[in-house]
Design a protein around this ligand. Structure first.
Ligand code: HEM
Length: 399
C-alpha cells in the first residue's frame, strides 16, 4: 500500500483483483444490498470446510439462513504461577462455548469433530498458494475427503441423538441446532432446509464461531500481558462490577475499559484480515472502471492502520482512542473500523463474540495477573484467520 497507494490492481495468478482501502469504494461495495457485489466463489479445500454455508451462500438461501442465524445469535444466547499457552487453551474454550450454545453438545463430545476441522484448516493453509492439478489425487485430497465423510457422519449422529431425546418437532430446542431441525421438518418449502444445508451450517458455525474468537482472546491476553497498566485498569473494573463473582449478562453492558481493550485488540489484530467481494457487472468504483466478475479486496489490517483516519499513533496500542466510541476514534468514519465487516454480510456473531470475550477476560482478570513468557516469539500469520504462529505462552500468577 505504501508503494502503490490506496487503490491498485493486483494479479492473483491469472485473475486481476482490485485492492483498495478507499472509504467511498468500501462503503459502496460492502454496504450494497442488491447483490451487485456477491461473495466470491470458494473452491477446493475451503469448499469442503464451509460447504455452501452462510459465509459463502447467496440469494434466497442466504436470506433464509441469515434470518435463522440472526434469531439465534442475537447475543443473548450466551449464559454463562504456571505457564500456559493461551492460544491452544482458548481454542478449547471457544470450541466448548460454541458447541454448547449452538449445538447443545460440549467440546469433549465434539472433540474428534474439532480435531478434524483443525486438520482441514491446516490442509487449507499449506495448500493456499499451491496450484492444484485435477488429474492428480494428493494425500491432502484423500485426507480432506475422509474428513468430510467423518464430519457428515458425526453431524448426522448429533441430529439423530437430538431427535431421540426430544421426540416432538416442537421440542427440538431453541439453540441453533434446534432451529435448523425445526426448519428441516417444516412443511413450508420457504423455510425448509435440507440435511446438506444443515451440515454446511454446522461446519460454518463451528469454524466461524471459534477461530475468530480464539484470536480475539489470545491477542487480548498478549496485549494485556505487555501493557500491565491496562491490565490493572481492566482488573479494577472487573472487581468493581462483579466483586469476585462470575459476570452476569446484565452488567456486561456496563464494562467501559474492557470494551475499549477489545476494540483496540480487534483494530490491531483483526481476526479476519480481508473482506472480499466480486463485481457481478462492469461498474465504476471511484475513478476506476472495474470489469464484471472481478474481485475487490479490502485489506482490513491496512484500513485499521491508516494514519489519515487513526492519526500518527495508528500503530500503537492505545485503547483510550475508543473512550468516546467508534465514531470519535475514527474521526467520524466508523466504516473504517470493520473487524466484523459491515453492511448486509456483516458478522451475525459479533455480540456473541464480544460478550464471550468480556466474560472470559473478566473471569481471568479476577483470578490471575499475567505476564508474557520470554519464550514468546512474535509471528502473527494468516491461517484462515490471524494466528500467532508459535502460540502465546503466558505466565499466570494467582491473585
Ligand atoms: C471476534 C470474533 C469474530 C470476528 C472478528 C468475526 C468477523 C467476521 C467478519 C469480518 C465477517 C464478514 C465477512 C465478510 O464481509 O466477507 C463475519 C461473517 C460471519 N461471521 Fe463472524 N466473526 C467473529 C465471530 C463470529 C461468531 C462467534 C460467529 C457464530 C456464532 C460468527 C459467524 C459468522 C457468520 C455465519 C458470518 C457470515 C455472515 C454472512 O455472510 O451473512 N462469527 N465474521
Amino acid at each position: 500500500m505504501e508503494i502503490s497507494g490506496k487503490t491498485f490492481v493486483y494479479w492473483n495468478g491469472p485473475k486481476p483483483e482490485l485492492v483498495t482501502t478507499n472509504l467511498e469504494i468500501l462503503k459502496e461495495v460492502i454496504n450494497d444490498k442488491d447483490e451487485n457485489f456477491p461473495k466470491d466463489d470458494v473452491e477446493g479445500y475451503l469448499r469442503i470446510l464451509l460447504g455452501d454455508g452462510l459465509v459463502v451462500s447467496s440469494g434466497e438461501k442466504w436470506v433464509k439462513m441469515r434470518k435463522l442465524a440472526n434469531h439465534v445469535f442475537h447475543g443473548q444466547s450466551l449464559r454463562v504461577g504456571k505457564e500456559i499457552e493461551v492460544f491452544e487453551e482458548f481454542k478449547h474454550l471457544t470450541s466448548d462455548i460454541i458447541s454448547r450454545t449452538a449445538f447443545g453438545s460440549s467440546y469433549v463430545e465434539g472433540k474428534d469433530i474439532f480435531q478434524m476441522l483443525w486438520k482441514l484448516t491446516s490442509i487449507i493453509a499449506r495448500n493456499a498458494h499451491k496450484i492444484q492439478l485435477p488429474i492428480f489425487q494428493t494425500r491432502d485430497n484423500v485426507e480432506s475427503e475422509m474428513i468430510d465423510r467423518f464430519i457428515r457422519k458425526s453431524f448426522i449422529d448429533i441430529v439423530e441423538k437430538r431427535e431421540k431425546d426430544s421426540g416432538e418437532v416442537d421440542c427440538f430446542g431453541d439453540d441453533f441446532l434446534g432451529s435448523l431441525m425445526k426448519a428441516h421438518y417444516s412443511v413450508d418449502e420457504c423455510y425448509k432446509v435440507t440435511m446438506d444445508d444443515m451440515i454446511d451450517e454446522f461446519k460454518t458455525f463451528y469454524i466461524a464461531g471459534h477461530e475468530t474468537t480464539t484470536g480475539l482472546l489470545s491477542w487480548s491476553m498478549f496485549l494485556l500481558a505487555i501493557h500491565t497498566v491496562w491490565q490493572e485498569k481492566a482488573r479494577e473494573e472487573s472487581f468493581n462490577l462483579f466483586k469476585g463473582k462470575n459476570p452476569n449478562s446484565h452488567d456486561l453492558s456496563k464494562m467501559k475499559t474492557i470494551i475499549m481493550l477489545i476494540r483496540e485488540t480487534l483494530r490491531l489484530y483483526p481476526p479476519t484480515l480481508s473482506l472480499i467481494r466480486r463485481s457481478k457487472h462492469e461498474v465504476n468504483l471511484g475513478k476506476v472502471k472495474v470489469p464484471g466478475n472481478t474481485r475487490q479486496h479490502f485489506p482490513v489490517l491496512f484500513v485499521h492502520h491508516d494514519t489519515e483516519i487513526w492519526g500518527e499513533d495508528a500503530h500503537l496500542f492505545k485503547p483510550e482512542r475508543f473512550s468516546q466510541g467508534v465514531a470519535k476514534a475514527t474521526n467520524n468514519n466508523p466504516e473504517m473500523f470493520i473487524p466484523f465487516g459491515s453492511g448486509p454480510r456483516s458478522c451475525p456473531g459479533s455480540n456473541f463474540a464480544t460478550n464471550e470475550a468480556k466474560i472470559a477476560l473478566s473471569m481471568i482478570l479476577q483470578r490471575y495477573s499475567f505476564t508474557l513468557s520470554p519464550a514468546y516469539v512474535h509471528s502473527p500469520c494468516e491461517v484462515l484467520t490471524l494466528w500467532p504462529k508459535f502460540g502465546i505462552p503466558i505466565f499466570l500468577h494467582p491473585l
